[in-house]
Design a protein around this ligand. Structure first.
Ligand code: LLP
Length: 401
């Protein structure tokens, strides 16, 4: 059991706390599910990009799925080998493409015909060959929140099947491109298996049809997206997930690449925040805390539910309250209509499932420094990022005064 009270008093709040042992268990469960097939888990760095977290997975043999050259650099710094690093994203700049080619990563995941042209040109200028994969948009509704749905033609991600085929033929005929993989990622926080299976069938069929024209791919990249339990969702079991994918790959000799983010880190993370005040506006009860939307934006942005546990001596009856932060926005809340006892100044609230897309989506809005981050392994807690000071926040501006 993590002693949240002790951590809050030692490191102050707001504070992120990550349980590395939980992350290891999730990694092992997913890796085990793909047993019997060549597979690479390429941790989606965007979920939680703290170097110590990326290193934790690298030490377990993980690769890295990156969406900016900054994330690629993080992966290298954390010790992920170049041959396990993937670079995806709809809008890679020339400089990013150049650096990725020079760093000789596993492949660049190309998301448009226009991008493929740039990659070829840049590889040519470098007198090099770039391994690529194409992100296919299979036009499948993943049945998740629209902001994190990515596999419909309405979404900006990937290319349709016909464009993908043209891109593979173009790459095959280019001296500077080496088509090695195929990729799809239909969305995040997926709790239904059927859309994933359907997407895999479509993409595996494309692999077969490419094979008939002598384009032999090596990597079948299924993206990430495996959902977790925030509230009472019924989630997909790693074994069922792996079986659904593998069953579509009959007679294909491919290494499966999976890019989990949330599954590995979400429920390993906690966000600790302290109660500042209680207030009542007419009938409406508010609990004002020291953490805010700049620390954890998921509730404000997606109306996402995070379980919140109050650590308090209070024995008073429970009633509903909005838990809000100090940021100057009505949309600044961690929960709405949440049932809590009456709380006192300095009572601690533990926000659960905060290990994915928590700190990483944080900002300095309202000139608020970002929280410290703590990692726990066994009985040891270690600070893996210090709290930002006011000086940190203005460092890039003060020379211009
Ligand atoms: N691979 C690709 C190409 C992706 O776009 C993503 C996530 C992942 C892997 C990892 O997905 P995961 O396993 O974590 O579901 N900020 C949102 C989630 C955005 C996900 C973006 N892409 C949230 O807080 O729910």
């Amino acid at each position: 059991m993590i002693n949240f009270k002790e951590l809050a008093s030692e490191y102050k709040t707001p504070l992120y706390v990550y349980d590395l042992d939980y992350m290891s268990a999730q990694y092992n469960a997913l890796k085990e599910a793909f047993k019997g097939r060549k597979s690479i888990l390429a941790y989606a760095v965007k979920a939680n990009s703290n170097l110590s977290i990326v290193k934790h997975f690298a030490d377990m043999g993980s690769g890295a799925d990156c969406v900016s050259i900054g994330e690629v650099r993080r992966a290298f710094l954390a010790g992920v080998p170049s041959y396990k690093i993937i670079f995806s994203g709809v809008g890679k700049s020339d400089d990013e493409i150049k650096e990725a080619i020079q760093k000789d990563i596993l492949y660049i995941n190309v998301e448009s015909e226009a991008e493929l042209g740039r990659v070829e040109l840049i590889a040519k200028e470098l007198n090099s060959t770039c391994r690529i994969s194409v992100r296919v948009n299979p036009n499948i509704d993943p049945k998740t929140h629209p902001y994190i749905s990515t596999g419909l033609h309405d979404n900006k991600f990937g290319v349709d099947l016909n464009s993908a085929k043209r891109m593979y033929i173009f790459a095959k005929n280019s001296a500077h491109l080496d088509p090695v993989g195929i990729h799809f990622h239909i969305g995040s926080q997926l709790t239904e298996l059927e859309p994933i299976r359907e997407a895999a069938i479509i993409v595996a069929d494309l692999v077969r049809s490419l094979s008939t024209i002598n384009i032999e791919l090596k990597f079948f990249d299924i993206g990430g997206g495996l959902g977790v339990q925030y509230n009472n969702e019924v989630t997909i079991k790693p074994y069922d997930y792996a079986q659904a994918i593998l069953s579509t790959l009959t007679a294909l000799d491919l290494t499966v690449i999976c890019e989990p983010g949330r599954f590995l880190t979400a429920n390993a993370g906690y966000f600790l925040t302290k109660v500042l005040y209680e207030k009542q506006n007419g009938q409406k009860r508010f609990v004002v805390v020291d953490g805010a939307m700049n620390d954890l934006i998921r509730p404000s942005l997606y109306n996402a539910y995070h379980k919140i546990e109050a650590i308090t001596e209070s024995k008073s009856a429970e009633s509903k309250a909005d838990i809000v932060g100090p940021v100057c926005e009505s949309g600044d809340f961690l929960a709405k209509n949440y049932t809590l006892p009456k709380l006192e100044h300095n009572d601690l609230l533990v926000v659960h499932s905060a290990g994915a897309y928590g700190f990483g989506m944080g900002s300095n809005y309202n000139t608020r420094g970002r929280s410290a981050e703590i990692a726990i392994k066994g009985n040891t807690a270690k600070m893996i990022r210090s709290r930002e000071s006011f000086e940190d926040l203005i460092a890039l501006e003060k020379d211009f005064l």
